[in-house]
Design a protein around this ligand. Structure first.
Ligand code: ADP
Ligand code: MG
Length: 591
């Protein structure tokens, strides 16, 4: 369990502050995460990694010469927001473009893709390779759908070595893709993990049992067995990974035995002893073995084995020195590289400072709305107050639903988002904003603070409605209908889920069409909203029968049959609460 914290909600931020205070030689704090203290050498491709916190040394601990140039650090087990990622990328960029790499999780993909889109629009070249090393998460024929676990390290390191060697953006991406194709991991767990302040573990493994293939956020494994001996575990890990030896691999392999947080190094060495024998028996040449913690999962007791299959190019890149807070290789050589790199980097410092300032100025300037729109903005804040209140009531329930096949963070993510949106909306109204700007500020704050998949998607929904409301005149029913419809289209465009995939789309689509139908039939907004909320509620309940085909829950879909989708359920709760609020507003206030 996690024993020490102040305010659980502040844990990730305070952790980053302390990490930076302890590692000022390596890293500098920027909005959204950290970059190398010495900066990125001018013209070098900036390798930006990232993901949720709780996996140290991933991701901030891997920033420094020879490895990442920057890391976007999200909340505990939640993807960093697009705003955070964009700010870190701006701070790391030194004219050579930005290369992103991160584990393949729906929330990370959404937020990194959104950041990439913004950066491209700003004229910064970007490329991405997601890490898909976990063989337990999808079959070999769908390698690209697998999730990323400790194999992050090999992909990040190969990409960063290529960047230091002067490869261009396309070259760095090619190396990273190749490294990812040559990286396979497989893991087991003996206990769950408990997030700071949580009354119980996020998930658990029965005593004496071992979850095979369990994900690093507690995504369920593929089977459960009795805890084996150390040697039997070594056999299982090696056998599983040798069955997936990539075509063309010549037999040189880097093994990485990763501890997930609560296994002792001594236990790992006992297991590694047998792994080394087995790899030798299989006729493989073991290169630079790693035994230790490279990607943890809070206090989870478990381990994973990664095999990284080298060829001449990857082997050459693998030999280059690395010097980061948590990971060092070839230390003597590194200091020269580091000195040279930071001298080159200081030349770009001024440009970087400007870029960071631009990235930070991402929120909405408050142009005052007219009287009618400012009156509507006050209704918008009451709506967001009601949203936050209903999420507070249901936060644990949403977490439990998400823990069944996802990672258990849906309640806390929605709560962080709703609270931030509420604060931003109140600030905007106090500054004289109209309805559209008020909701736009709330949308930005929501996606920035919530993180995760649903945070990005709620940002899209609220921003779409904000655009439709505008800052002049009293918004009418038609504006609300078209804003909600645009939000529904935006969620599909962004997340690519279709009706029946068991996501929030299953509640949002009927909500939007029912709202449009009722308004077109002449119903006042509050009444139309209530009918639409009822449609969303029954559609959300009906998702219990579905198998998830999108998002984190997809990997272990069968676990969720019988339980509604958390994102659809929260959407229905929000729709209902807003309906109740609108009904108590004066008739005609809004339409
Ligand atoms: P994360 O999956 O990043 O942990 P949350 O737990 O906050 O994020 O949200 C999970 C919810 O997000 C799911 O229940 C589902 O409704 C929604 N979701 C996931 N992927 C998609 C997608 N591609 N399109 C629409 N909704 C999605
Ligand atoms: Mg989740």
């Amino acid at each position: 369990m996690t024993r020490l914290w102040n305010d659980p909600a502040a844990f990730a931020d305070e952790m980053i502050d302390g990490f930076v205070a302890a590692n000022g030689r390596y890293v500098r704090r920027v909005t959204g995460g950290v970059v190398r203290a010495g900066g990125t050498p001018a013209g070098q491709v900036a390798v930006v990694v990232g993901g949720g916190s709780g996996h140290y040394p991933a991701f901030g601990g891997l920033v420094g010469p020879g490895l990442a140039h920057g890391a976007a650090m999200g909340n505990l087990f939640a993807s960093p927001s697009a705003q955070q990622i964009r700010a870190v990328a701006h701070a790391a960029h030194a004219g050579g473009g930005v290369f992103f790499s991160y584990g393949n999780y729906a929330g990370d993909v959404l937020n990194f893709s959104a950041a990439e889109e913004r950066l491209r629009a700003e004229g910064i070249a970007c490329a991405t390779v997601t890490v898909t090393d976990d063989v337990a998460s999808a079959g070999p024929h769908e390698h690209e759908r697998r999730r990323g676990i400790a194999g992050d390290l090999t992909v990040f390191r190969a990409a960063a070595a290529a960047a230091s060697a002067g490869y261009d953006l396309a070259g760095v991406a090619r190396i990273a893709r190749h490294a990812n194709d040559r990286t396979r991991s497989f893991g087991v767990a003996f206990t769950g993990c408990t997030l700071p302040g949580a009354p119980e573990p996020l998930f658990s493994v029965p005593p004496g049992r071992m979850a095979v293939g369990l994900g690093i956020h507690g995504e369920p494994g593929i089977e459960e067995t009795d805890v084996p001996t150390a040697d039997e575990l070594a056999d299982l890990l090696v056998r599983t990974l040798l069955a997936e030896r990539p075509a063309g691999a010549d037999g040189r392999v880097v093994p990485i035995l990763n501890g997930l947080g609560s296994l002792k190094y001594e236990e790992l060495f006992v297991v590694y002893r047998r792994i080394a024998e087995l790899l030798g028996d299989a006729g493989l040449e073991v290169v630079d073995p790693h035994v230790g913690e490279y990607c943890t999962s809070f206090d989870m007791a478990g381990t994973s084995l990664t095999l990284f299959w080298l060829d001449d190019e990857l082997a050459g890149l693998w030999e280059t020195p690395v010097d980061t807070p948590a990971y060092r290789r070839g230390a003597a050589a590194v200091s020269t590289t580091a000195a040279a790199e930071s001298a080159a980097a200081s030349a770009t410092a001024a440009a970087r400072a400007t870029a960071t300032a631009t990235a930070d100025a991402g929120s909405h300037p408050i142009a005052p709305g007219d009287d009618a729109s400012r009156a509507a903005a006050r209704v918008v804040t009451s709506v967001i107050d009601a949203v936050a209140a209903t999420i507070d009531v249901h936060v644990d329930e949403l977490g439990r639903l998400d823990a069944i096949a996802g990672d258990g963070d849906h309640g806390i993510g929605m709560q962080r988002g709703a609270h931030a949106a509420r604060a931003a909306a109140h600030d905007a109204v106090a500054a004289g904003a109209g309805a559209g700007t008020t909701l736009a500020c709330a949308a930005d704050a929501w996606s920035d603070r919530a993180g995760g998949t649903s945070g990005a998607l709620w940002g899209v929904i609220l921003a779409s409605v904000a655009t439709a409301l505008g800052d002049t005149g009293r918004p009418d029913r038609a504006a609300v209908v078209s804003g909600v419809a645009a939000g529904a289209r935006g969620v599909v465009a962004y997340g690519h889920a279709e009706i029946g995939d068991k996501t929030m789309v299953d509640a949002l689509a009927p909500f939007s069409s029912e709202l449009g139908r009722a308004v077109a039939a002449g119903a006042p907004l509050a009444e139309a909203w209530r009918t639409a909320a009822e449609a969303a509620t029954s559609a959300a309940a009906a998702t219990a029968d579905l198998l998830p085909r999108r998002g984190r829950a997809r990997t272990h879909g069968q676990h969720s049959v019988g339980t509604p989708d958390p994102g659809a359920h929260s959407l229905a709760l929000i729709a209902t609460a807003v309906g109740d609020l609108l009904a108590t507003e004066r008739n005609g206030h809004h339409d």
